[in-house]
Ligand binder design. Sequence first.
Ligand SMILES: Nc1ncnc2c1ncn2[C@@H]1O[C@H](COP(=O)(O)OP(=O)(O)OP(=O)(O)O)[C@@H](O)[C@H]1O
Ligand SMILES: [Mg+2]
Length: 454
Amino acid sequence: MPRIEEISAETLKEWERIAAHSHITGLGLDGLEPKEVGDGMIGQLEARKAAGIVVRLVKEGKFAGRAVLIAGPPGTGKTALAIGIAKELGRDVPFVPIAASEIFSAEIKKTEFLTQTLRKAIGVRIREMRKIYEGEVKELHIDKEPHPYNPYMQVPVRATVKLATKDESRRLTMDQSFALQLLQQGVEKGDIIQIDADGGRIIKIGRSYEVAEKMPELSSVQVVPTPDGPVLKDKEFVYTLTLHQLDVAHSRSGTSVLSLLFGGRERKEIEPEVRRNVDEMVKEWVEEGRAEIIPGVVFIDECSMLDIETFAFLNRAMEQELSPVIIFATNRGMAQIRGTDHVSPHALPLDLLDRMLIINTRPYTKNEIRNILEIRARAEKVELSEDALEYLTEVGERASLRYAIQLIAPAFELAKEMKSEEIKKEHVQEVERLFVDVQRSVRHLKEFEQRFLT
Ligand SMILES: Nc1ncnc2c1ncn2[C@@H]1O[C@H](COP(=O)(O)OP(=O)(O)OP(=O)(O)O)[C@@H](O)[C@H]1O
Ligand SMILES: [Mg+2]
């Protein structure tokens, strides 16, 4: 079995991209009915219910050849909803977010970029007998250092974990790729995890009973008993790789330092031969009962910027036997389809629109904004005073939810500077003055333009 890829610029980028949604663990449904608050999700009830129905269709195999379009104004939870769908499909279901503009900026061919994206969204769940460390996380420490080529970015370098079963405990020191996996999976004290040391993988199984009892409301994380026996044992280990990871592991690799230096995507074209071999191999595993295939989710943001060739490619991909669920998102209404002179709804070709279930998201109420901000503050491990939360909520209403969320981190820096444990209203007001929202910024420049004109 190949070892997982070393930590790469790409992995980090993907991790950052979903970090803003780390509080979302599902759609927060009770059957198909959305709870007012659940799995980190607030409000947006119709959209969540619709998303829940999509999840059912996918699980029942009735979604083949179709796609979802989430259309709504900026900051209304389109990305959040897509992540919720992926989480509902299963704990290890791949979620691959891309922005349409990336397709054009990638230094590889469009079709290669798209093929890689689709193959990243097909998981292969593998079962093997391994020597694994298993237990409840009693202590967790992740050392971070500046990125070797980008000192302004903190990256994990190593981790120490104390794992305990009912009978014994062990302290383990791990390298960077483990530390990153701990962060990616949001492992915390009180979680039950498995570590396959030789294979270089960590799996979060769930949360221990005792810890879950103390903090019941938090999320839908599975609650599991603390294992007994030794921490290190022979056990069936279940983990998921993607077709793309297998492709990369099977093609001659070698990352150039330059691509790391310049934040490169370090993407390479993969030989069709390699993909064929990987497909054959996976097929064998499946036939032998050692693996199963898990279709995941590709999320294409700003989809109104895709061009007609890309739509044709995706249309074909959706018809294939093995295809991930494709979720498109847009905040545009009528617009021209790129690469043509046709104007159409959401700038999407009609044949694609015909295959889509469209979900609308709507702006949040004041109360919903407050609740989302509260959840975000908790996810960022930051305390907000009552009046700071109130004020931030007003900012969210006045400017945008995005902007209000963005202010949490800088406000906390100010609070720390003032030796305050929590963010106070004055800290929010100060950062609001220092960092402007988009509308204010545009107005600012307009004023100057006018001054020059007169
Ligand atoms: N219903 C919700 N419940 C909880 N958190 C939410 C909800 N909707 C949005 N958020 C959070 O608010 C922030 C902004 O939402 P998100 O990025 O999903 O909006 P978007 O519609 O994708 O925006 P854009 O058009 O800018 O891409 C994110 O941090 C997201 O996780
Ligand atoms: Mg978004």
